[in-house]
Design a protein around this ligand. Structure first.
Ligand SMILES: [Zn+2]
Length: 269
């Protein structure tokens, strides 16, 4: 029976790829900073159940609010890097990528006063085209990466990638999770899929995924912030960002009641 790791990508509502064209990085400072709304909810639910998770913190967020990393550390959570400014890897190059990750590491390791072991790419953007990133992460001293989604999606995915933690390019890769259902690869890792599926479906898919190996779940603080500012987006992007926000807190509580989650690094044996 596989184990279930919980990861949280600590970014605000305006940092996501779907908003990239509407709210470029240079305008982030003018947006309402409300990452705590969702983050405090997540931390409280974990604390009530005495559970720990991995928080991949965006360097820009940590710089804006240094208290976050200190709080995560004192609550016993794992702190990982989500890069500095959420530039997807397909929109940068090896030099720009390395600079971004180094910038985030400098901020996070000085705040956490601990080595940072894990990395999560913006928008799961490690694919066959950006596989070079794994060697850079290894050289920067990371023990693992958790960015590959073994599904087919217009923006990301390596459909034939293994579904359990695997060593490749001298580093551990801890992929997102999916199950095979009627010959299809069905994603079951959290985020928009979790908001879209009824909770009973998520639960049965997770139990099936656990029979095949370890599972990694991901969420973002803004997914638990129903009152975040609404941005006018094209229909598909709008759907992906806003679907199911109003029921998500209740679903998340049920998830934590049913599955004793742990930090990602505890999947590496
Ligand atoms: Zn992200």
């Amino acid at each position: 029976m596989g184990e279930i790791a919980l990861s949280i990508d600590v970014e605000d509502w305006f940092c996501v790829r779907n908003m990239g064209q509407k709210i470029p990085f240079k305008e982030w400072n003018q947006c309402e900073f409300r990452v705590r709304k969702g983050l405090d909810f997540i931390l409280e639910e974990l604390s009530q159940r005495n559970l720990r998770a991995t928080f991949f913190v965006l360097g820009w967020v940590a710089e804006r609010s240094p208290q976050i990393v200190r709080e995560l550390k004192s609550a016993g959570h794992e702190i990982g890097s989500h890069g500095y400014n959420h530039q997807p890897l397909d929109l940068t190059d090896p030099v720009g990528f390395k600079k971004d990750v180094e910038q985030s590491l400098a901020i996070l390791s000085s705040q956490a006063e601990l080595p940072i072991e894990g990395y999560r790419a913006p928008s799961f953007s490690i694919t066959r085209d950006t596989y070079w990133a794994l060697g850079i992460l290894r050289d920067l001293g990371f023990r693992y990466d958790s960015s590959i989604y073994p599904v087919r999606h217009p923006d990301y995915g390596i459909p034939d990638f293994p579904t359990s933690p695997t060593q490749t390019e001298g580093i551990w890769e801890v992929p997102m999770s999916r199950v095979n259902l009627f010959g299809m690869r069905v994603p079951v890792s959290g985020g928009g899929y979790f908001r879209l599926y009824p909770y009973s479906l998520t639960r049965s898919l997770l139990k099936k995924a656990q029979r095949d190996g370890d599972v990694v779940l991901y969420f973002h603080p803004w997914e638990f912030d129903e009152n975040q500012p609404r941005v006018s987006l094209p229909p598909l992007k709008k759907f992906r960002h806003y679907v199911g926000l109003e029921k998500n807190r209740e679903k998340f509580r049920r998830l934590l009641d049913d599955f004793p989650v742990k930090p990602v690094r505890e999947l590496l044996h």
